[in-house]
Design a protein around this ligand. Structure first.
Ligand code: CAA
Length: 285
């Protein structure tokens, strides 16, 4: 099987910086790319802070943290990813943006390298179709917060080869994650199941079944979830939840995936959840 040593990460946001941290901590050389210098520096410093916090909590040693941090190089030039064995794209969840990034990656990155996307809902088959290496494209869907969550949802596009899928499975496992294999249908496995649950919680609130706090308490204490569904929606971002519900609704053409009008209204009002301080609950900014 192809040996992976250098991993490129596209996007230094919440997901990209988490993936970069875990990859470096498990011994990979990492090149963290973001077109915006401010985001890149913020993400890079955030990783340093997370590594330092882990030392304080005795999760790992100071030497381990320093070694991991030294394995992460940063760049604002996508061409610096040219010698990567694997690139994991974790840019904003916008179809056209991802298509553009994959076209550029296909031009600049070594032809035998694997290109993966951390997309939560965009079709891997469609992403692969904008490149000339559809067999070397796969989904690696990490969960937030990446250093804590144990899952990588692998997504196999129509043209993804066995070799590519086995390599991304092996890398995920080396990164300490459990890899599950999903085929490329709207929402894959995680969001096909998670988002309708969150959407139903929003309907329960909309129809006055219970308050947001009681809905969350019901599901936290009644079904042993770490966060209630509305709190989780705020954590993920209500704009992201709505975008994924739209993918399910459009892609599966079934009214059972209709996004709740209240979810649409909150997003229209700019209530995105934790990231801007207000969603179904209010947060300190
Ligand atoms: N980065 C790194 N570590 C973090 C972290 C972050 N952003 N947030 C929390 N942690 C760590 C803490 O350091 C702590 O570690 P230790 O126990 O070793 O000290 C541990 O996680 C627990 O944190 P807290 O005690 O602060 O808080 P908590 O017990 O309430 O846990 C949580 C926080 C881990 C986020 C927990 O509430 C949880 O698991 N929530 C559900 C998260 C989830 O479902 N994520 C998936 C969302 S779906 C998705 O990502 C995919 C999609 O496509 C939408």
């Amino acid at each position: 099987m192809k040996n992976i040593q250098v991993i490129g990460i596209v996007g230094a946001g919440q997901m990209g910086r988490g993936i970069a941290q875990v990859a470096a901590q498990t011994g990979y050389d990492v090149i963290l790319f973001d077109a915006f210098k401010n985001s890149l520096d913020f993400g890079h410093n955030f990783i340093k802070t997370q590594l330092d916090k882990g030392v304080e909590k005795a999760k790992w040693t100071k030497d381990d943290a320093a070694r991991a941090f030294s394995l992460i190089k940063t760049s604002t030039e996508i061409s610096d990813l040219k010698n990567c064995d694997l690139v994991i794209e974790a840019a904003t969840e916008k179809k056209e943006l991802k298509f553009d990034i994959f076209k550029k990656l296909d031009e600049v990155v070594r032809a035998d390298a694997i290109l993966a996307s951390n997309t939560s809902s965009i079709s891997i088959t469609e992403i692969a179709a904008v490149t000339k290496r559809a067999d070397k494209i796969a989904g690696m869907h990490f969960m937030n917060p990446v250093p804590v969550m144990k899952l990588v949802e692998g997504i196999r596009g129509l043209e993804t080869s066995d070799e590519t899928f086995n390599v991304v499975a092996a890398v995920s496992e080396k990164m300490g994650k459990t890899f599950i294999r999903a085929n490329d249908f709207p929402g894959f496995a995680v969001n096909r199941i998670l988002m309708p649950m969150i959407n139903e919680a929003v309907y329960a609130l909309y129809e006055g079944v219970a308050t947001a706090k009681d809905i969350d308490t019901a599901m936290k204490l009644g079904t042993n979830q770490p966060m209630g569904p509305l709190e989780l929606a705020d954590f993920i971002g209500l704009d992201t939840c709505l975008a994924i519900m739209n993918v399910l609704h459009d892609g599966l053409a079934d009214t059972k995936y209709r996004p709740c009008p209240l979810l649409r209204q909150y997003v229209a009002a700019g209530r995105y959840g934790r990231k801007n301080g207000k969603g179904f609950h209010v947060y300190d900014k």
